[in-house]
Design a protein around this ligand. Structure first.
Ligand SMILES: [Zn+2]
Length: 301
């Protein structure tokens, strides 16, 4: 159910989360959280709000990291505040420009006089106030598939423990060793978050096209050289999507209000029936592991 919804609704993928990280970090890092306001306790809070407030209030943010699709604010004393944006989560700083962070749908629901000055609403699950000058920071999540938790120093959490290497840190050797003796399709292996964290459906399909490898091929039959091409392809498509501000997907608007433009560069994803940009063969769509999968029969072997 969850997965089906996710693929239909186009959740923020790794590039969107990385774009958010880069844009919000200057407003967060180095500042001391004087207070945190939250909505009432719910499934959104893997750490209950009261405890969460106790853990972060008075703490300075040391840096803002990312692992897969999780944002991780490392606090003084090395406790970690972990945020997953889910499907519609938006992390942004207060100010006139911040409303542009909201999705087109959310913006449309605002009255004109609200657009210059965001006010926390029922969907604003986190509201950070800091010592000194500078804007407050909000986490707003209309559909509430996001998550927040606090991980004390020296501890880990099952959600983070089960994640493999961040997808942007993939290496040919890592991928090659992960594929040995694996009978699953290479596409499914790329989506396995315990191997690579943060590879979404679009990036798996696009990287396999760049590598010339059919998505249904058994992982163990992918050669060392092909693994290198897939790793290179993944870094290229993820990197390019980050550069362009994240994919242009229905409900996502980059933190500066720009729609991403990556979709214009898609070679196979969501191009079923359209001619391959390299050879003209119609792009085929099949289902692998319940995920729509796009490839070119001619360019991919
Ligand atoms: Zn082709």
């Amino acid at each position: 159910m969850r997965r089906g919804m996710a693929s239909r609704c186009n959740v923020p993928e790794l590039p969107e989360v990385e774009v958010t990280r880069r844009r919000i970090a200057p407003y967060l890092v180095g500042r001391r959280i004087s207070s945190l306001h939250t909505t009432a306790d719910s499934y959104f809070f893997l750490t209950p709000p009261k405890r969460l407030r106790g853990c972060v209030e008075g703490q300075r943010v040391q840096h803002l990291d990312r692992l897969g699709k999780y944002l991780i604010a490392v606090l003084e004393g090395d406790g970690r505040l972990v945020i997953h944006l889910g499907m519609t989560g938006q992390l942004f700083a207060a100010g006139a420009a911040s409303v542009r962070l909201l999705s087109a749908t959310a913006r449309a629901s605002l009255a004109p006089d609200e657009q210059a000055d965001f006010q926390p609403d029922d969907h604003t699950h986190l509201h950070f106030v800091f010592d000194g000058d500078g804007p407050d920071i909000y986490l707003r999540d209309v559909r509430k598939f996001g998550k927040v938790l606090f991980v004390p120093a020296g501890q880990n959490h099952p959600r983070l423990e089960k994640l493999g290497v961040d997808a942007l840190a993939v290496t040919p050797e890592l991928l090659f060793s992960a594929t040995r003796k694996r009978i699953v399709p290479i596409k499914s292996l790329l989506l396995d978050q315990s191997i690579l964290a943060g590879v979404g459906n679009i990036y798996a399909d696009e990287s396999l096209f760049l590598a010339g490898v059919r998505p249904a091929r058994r992982a163990s039959r992918v050669t060392r050289r092909e693994c290198a091409r897939i790793a290179d392809g993944l870094c290229r498509v993820l990197g390019r999507s980050i550069e362009t501000g994240g994919s242009s997907i229905s409900d996502y608007v980059a933190p500066d209000g720009q729609d991403g433009s990556y979709q214009d560069e898609r070679r196979v994803y969501a191009r079923s029936g359209e001619p391959c940009r390299v050879c003209g063969t119609p792009i085929r769509k099949i289902v692998i592991g319940q995920r729509g999968t796009h490839f070119c029969r001619t360019c991919q072997r």
